[in-house]
Design a protein around this ligand. Structure first.
Ligand SMILES: NC(=O)c1ccc[n+]([C@@H]2O[C@H](COP(=O)([O-])OP(=O)(O)OC[C@H]3O[C@@H](n4cnc5c(N)ncnc54)[C@H](O)[C@@H]3O)[C@@H](O)[C@H]2O)c1
Length: 389
């Protein structure tokens, strides 16, 4: 077990009818607000009008950046950065899912850098300062509303990388599960797969000895998603289901599950290549990759963790041989992702062939190996992509 420092400074307002606090929260940072959002969903669901009412009531001056793409582009970050500089923005308000929030976080940092925002993502230039970011979350998936990460794409170079920096941590986030009632069955499934992957990929299947308490919370986050995602898909306005998914998304990746353990994300690195080359939905890519990655890495040295997963999460008979429990656990996960959530199960089904696997594997490993439960070479990564065809 590792020593750790745990600090999460995001103030969270959870539940409906909390937007009356929006004005007072933003005002503490200044009067000039850049409101950022995606393709207009927030207008369709009436959230835009509610937000604007609150901003007007608080007498704030509002500028807007709309059209932030899923898998947000660094060019959009540059646009937002230009608005912030020109209009002397004091605070950013991101209303949307992980893409809008991530893009907004990087705008906040890029405002204090004169070059291309991509330099910050690739660490060519350091993040030195950032404007404060507040968020109103509309999709349970990434945890970006309560963490210091941002994932940005460069479509000119087919690259997608994550940047983690404490200055990117949102100051205040409004989490109202009713804002996710309009999320489609498909996006609910993808978001749920992303939450699960944060637990499996980043924390649960890691070598370092974990604290029991933290590991049990990981399993509870997984069980929460397994219980509530199918309910949210069937009954999109089920508050209990949407609330559980929303809070699970925040806690899967807000730093708590890392306490005492390690942080690796091999499936995320492999998935970022899929979305960088093919612009597919992040959660779908993760869903397709995760069970194949599990099958690929499973061996005698790590079977005990898969066994624990099978028994504690899926209730598999502990008297069975270890390897059988592990394999049943992986097939139970596949059944959940592809049958219960209804996600496509292969890359071929989403129109991806093996043409770019070599270069994707090379980029995913960034000149080395992908660290994790079992370090993966470029050849390993290519084999995993092939297993997904
Ligand atoms: N920062 C992090 O820690 C972190 C972690 C994991 C993933 N990511 C990144 O986040 C991005 C994915 O974010 P996401 O999964 O939240 O999805 P998203 O923000 O890309 O949104 C997906 C789709 O859902 C729609 N949508 C959002 N809210 C809606 C609502 N209330 N009703 C109807 N439709 C709605 C959006 O318009 C969009 O079309 C990827 O780029 C991924 O790599 C970031």
């Amino acid at each position: 077990m590792y020593n750790f420092v745990f600090q999460n400074t995001t103030k969270v307002y959870f539940g409906p009818n909390q937007l009356s606090h929006l004005g007072e929260e933003l005002k503490q940072f200044g009067k000039r607000v850049l409101l950022t959002y995606g393709g207009g969903t927030i207008k369709k669901i009436g959230l835009y009008d509610k937000v604007m009412d609150e901003l007007k009531k608080a007498d704030l001056t509002v500028f807007e950046l709309s059209g932030i793409e899923p898998n947000p582009r660094h060019t959009t970050v540059n646009k937002g950065r230009d608005i912030c500089k020109k209009e002397k923005i004091d605070v950013l308000l991101a209303v949307g899912g992980g893409s809008t929030i991530d893009c907004t976080k990087l705008i906040a940092a890029a405002t204090f850098y004169d070059g291309d925002s991509w330099d910050l993502v690739t660490h060519k230039a350091p993040v030195t300062k950032a404007l404060p970011v507040c968020t109103i979350l509309t999709l349970a998936a990434t945890g970006s509303e309560m963490n210091s990460g941002a994932v940005i794409s460069n479509i000119q170079t087919n690259e997608k990388y994550g940047l983690i920096h404490p200055l990117l941590q949102p100051k205040v986030s409004f989490l109202d599960p009713t804002n996710t009632y309009s999320v489609s069955a498909y996006q609910t499934a993808c978001g749920s797969a992303d939450i699960l992957s944060h637990v499996f990929d980043v924390f649960y299947f890691n070598k370092a000895e974990k604290m029991d308490m933290v590991e049990r919370v990981m399993e509870d986050v997984i069980k929460t998603v397994i219980k509530y995602a199918p309910i949210a898909i069937k009954e999109p306005t089920n508050y209990q289901a949407r609330a559980n998914l929303m809070w699970a998304s925040s806690w899967a990746l807000n730093g708590f599950l890392q306490t005492g353990g390690e942080f690796h994300a091999p499936c995320h690195a492999m998935e970022h290549e899929l979305s960088a080359f093919y612009d597919i939905t992040h959660g779908l890519g993760l869903a397709i990759l995760t069970p194949r990655w599990m099958e690929y890495i499973l061996d005698e040295s790590n079977v005990s963790q898969f066994k624990k997963f099978g028994i504690n999460v899926f209730g598999i008979d502990p008297k069975l041989p270890d390897m059988e429990i592990a394999r049943k656990a992986i097939s139970s996960l596949s059944d959940f992702l592809f049958n219960k959530l209804g996600l496509k199960s292969t890359l071929s089904e989403v129109g991806i062939d093996d043409k770019n696997f070599k270069i994707m594997a090379h980029k995913a490993c960034r000149g080395g190996v992908l660290s994790g439960y079992k370090p993966l070479t470029e050849e390993d990564v290519e084999k995993i992509y092939r297993m997904c065809l």
